[in-house]
Write a protein that binds this ligand. Structure first.
Ligand code: C2E
Ligand code: CA
Ligand code: CA
Ligand code: CA
Length: 278
């Protein structure tokens, strides 16, 4: 038993070391990817549940990795967070997405592209100058602040100090704040109480649980949103049945593969030109 335990320990050490090395390597590659233009954004439409009209889109980052193909954020956002690269990555995402929104407005007019949702990390919100930087970007691209929705997740442990100050400053600018993956964290209600939130996004586990007859979390969430005067978006809608149920519950906005997958900017532009093609 002793030998086995020792072997297991050695194995554990070796795999941990390999893991560490791999992460360090990925971190170095990611640094290059950010400066070398290897990141790109996809945009997933957010639509009106009653008529399918485009209300806006969410920007989702991808990494065109030289040997591993296109990487989804789950493969590199955790590394970015551990290495601090999330800050330059987040700035790149924000700048690129806002520039794209300005381009769509110039090309398709108002209010064609609707609102732009951008994911921000906890680290972004802890930066003292974050709200001011967002304000400067909006002015730089000539964008109205109410065209931008910043998505935050409750799991990101918002700090009572700087993070909340930034949220209030963003609000004062006119930027909206959305609570992502709503219902999956531990402090959802506390967060709603303590932070200036404008929108909640029903996590896809609850969107999809509906047809299985699990407890009607989606119904409770829309009631909460209505009572608090918050905009609600249901994520991860994959079937017509889910869309119908959500509409019946009182949801007005949704996002998911049933309507459209995340797509390149040019493709989203085509939808703006010919909305019927969705
Ligand atoms: P999220 O913000 O909850 O984004 C929704 C994710 O669900 C996206 O995955 C999207 O492609 C996927 N999705 C959309 N509709 C459906 C559907 O109908 N069914 C299913 N099964 N999935 C659907 P993606 O793009 O891989 O992003 C994963 C997560 O990575 C995001 O979750 C977000 O937390 C994070 N992320 C993405 N882009 C950024 C970014 O620019 N910055 C930061 N900090 N995080 C990002
Ligand atoms: Ca999101
Ligand atoms: Ca989400
Ligand atoms: Ca998520």
């Amino acid at each position: 038993a002793k030998k086995l335990a020792g072997t297991a320990y050695l194995h554990y050490e070796a795999s941990m070391a390999a893991h560490g090395t791999e992460h360090a390597h990925l971190g170095a590659e990611l640094r290059e990817a950010i400066t070398g233009g290897r990141l790109f954004l996809l945009y997933q439409p957010i639509v009106s549940l009653d008529d399918g009209r485009i209300l806006g889109c969410e920007a989702l980052v991808r990494w065109a990795h030289p040997t591993r193909g296109t990487l989804a954020p789950d493969a590199f956002i955790p590394v970015a967070e551990r290495t601090g690269l999330i800050v330059p990555l987040g700035r790149w995402v924000l700048r690129t997405a806002l520039a794209q929104l300005a381009e769509w407005i110039a090309e398709y007019g108002e209010p064609a592209p609707g609102v732009l949702n951008v994911n921000v990390s906890a680290r972004d919100l802890r930066e003292p100058g974050f709200a001011e930087d967002v304000g400067a970007l909006l002015r730089g691209y000539g964008l109205a602040a109410d065209r931008v929705v910043l998505e935050i997740t409750e799991t990101m442990a918002l700090e009572p100090g700087q993070s909340i100050t930034n949220l209030h400053r963003l609000r004062a600018l006119g930027v909206r704040v959305s609570l992502d993956d709503f219902g999956t964290g531990h402090s959802t209600l506390t967060l709603l109480h303590d932070c200036p939130i404008d929108e909640i996004k029903l996590d896809r586990s609850f969107t999809q649980a509906q047809v299985d007859g699990r407890p009607p979390v989606a119904a409770a969430v829309i009631h909460l949103a209505q009572a608090l005067g918050l905009h609600a978006v249901a994520e991860g809608v994959e079937t017509a049945e889910q869309a119908e149920q959500l509409l019946a519950l009182g949801y007005t906005a949704a996002q998911g593969y049933y309507f459209a997958r995340p797509m390149p900017a040019e493709k989203f532009g085509e939808l703006l030109r010919e909305p019927a093609s969705l």
